[in-house]
Design a protein around this ligand. Structure first.
Ligand SMILES: [Cu+2]
Length: 352
């Protein structure tokens, strides 16, 4: 009968202490707003850990303090305490129960991980590049590059994360999920934002002296605002400088396939140091590479052949393609550009 009374007292005290601790944990580890669908199951997982921690800690502490207080030596009591030799049932219980609890949480965590990494229908892909110490975002479908991450609300997003140098980690506390960026691989992270607002992306992996400043703005906006963002940040040739445009054309028109920038000879002569150099031609003459020669080499590539190279390799239709491109830019941006002049401006930046 006396044992029973103690058991009830310990149970009641444990319940009271656990409830108090649970509120204390929630107050101490106050989580920011949950702003994604992934946050829901993660917060439930968190709460269940809080509950388990509160019960365990309360039970151990109540048992210990209760024993110390209630079974203390009274004045005049000089007898030895009872000799206790272990209790097999108890030992099995305190081995089996925690084991089951830990396994249970392991299974629960795995189920939730599967849930939040689950592929969704109609996902939007955004590439995220981390480098010391900045973030950049690309919307491949629309060829847009931005240093802010703008996401439409309720749209499932899959982020493809790449690092240019060392380990970084993508973390927006309001979205709860977090993923490391590993150089040489593409990692994915899935988010469906559910709350309009602006948040902050921070790098969560020490990545050098600028680590603390490796931040970026994240904005969750309406579908209409998102479309406006795409329009506002669309790529425009006329926003670039002449040299930058030249570099863009160098890759876009395929020059990069045959002309290197690093001094090695490819299918065609390297562009390193091309502007102003003396070029020996197959007909035995030499020319200085200037604007006129470059222009002529592009529109009539078989006219003057650089010694050591073959004719009929450089495409003959560049004049046409460049005219088409210029007409297209004029139509879409209202800007009259001279693609060859931009290519020349780019070449002039390429000295050794
Ligand atoms: Cu970093």
């Amino acid at each position: 009968m006396g044992k029973f009374k103690h058991a009830i007292a310990v149970a009641v005290l444990t319940l009271v202490a656990a409830t108090g601790l649970y509120f204390l944990f929630n107050w101490m580890f106050d989580l920011p707003t949950a702003a994604s669908t992934q946050a829901g199951p993660i917060d439930t997982l968190f709460q269940s850990h809080f509950i388990m921690m509160a019960i365990l800690f309360a039970f151990i502490m109540v048992m210990m303090l209760y024993s110390v207080a209630v079974f203390r030596r009274r004045p005049g009591d000089t007898e030895d305490g009872p000799h206790v030799h272990g209790h097999t049932g108890l030992e099995i219980a305190w081995t089996v129960i925690p084991t089951l609890v830990v396994i249970g949480f392991g299974v629960y965590g795995t189920v939730i991980l599967g849930e939040i990494t689950q592929e969704q229908t109609n996902e939007m892909t955004v590439s995220v590049v981390g480098e010391q110490w900045a973030w950049s975002f690309e919307y491949p479908a629309d060829d847009i590059r931005s240093n802010r991450l703008v996401l439409p609300i309720n749209q499932p997003v899959v982020l493809e994360l790449e690092s240019k140098d060392v380990l970084h980690s993508f973390w927006v506390p309001e979205f709860r999920v977090k993923q490391d960026l590993v150089p040489g691989t593409v990692k994915t992270l899935r988010i469906t934002p559910t709350q309009l607002g602006s948040y902050r992306l921070r790098c969560a992996e020490i990545c050098g002296s600028g680590h603390a400043g490796m931040l970026a703005e994240v904005e969750v906006v309406s579908q209409a605002d998102f479309e406006q963002f795409l329009i506002d940040s669309a790529f425009r040739y006329s926003d670039l400088s002449s040299e930058e445009r030249g570099q863009q054309f160098y890759t876009e028109l395929g020059c990069a396939g045959c002309h290197t920038l690093d001094g090695t000879t490819g299918v065609g002569p390297t562009w390193q140091g091309i502007y102003g150099r003396e070029e020996a031609l197959t007909d035995g003459t030499t020319v200085v590479v200037n604007d006129d020669y470059i222009r002529h080499s592009i529109v009539a590539p078989n006219d003057q052949i650089v010694a050591g190279f073959n004719p009929n390799i450089m495409p003959q239709d560049y004049e046409q393609r460049i005219n088409d491109l210029q007409a297209e830019i004029l139509a879409s941006e209202g800007a009259e550009l001279d693609v060859i002049a931009d290519l020349i401006a780019f070449m002039q930046t390429l000295d050794q």
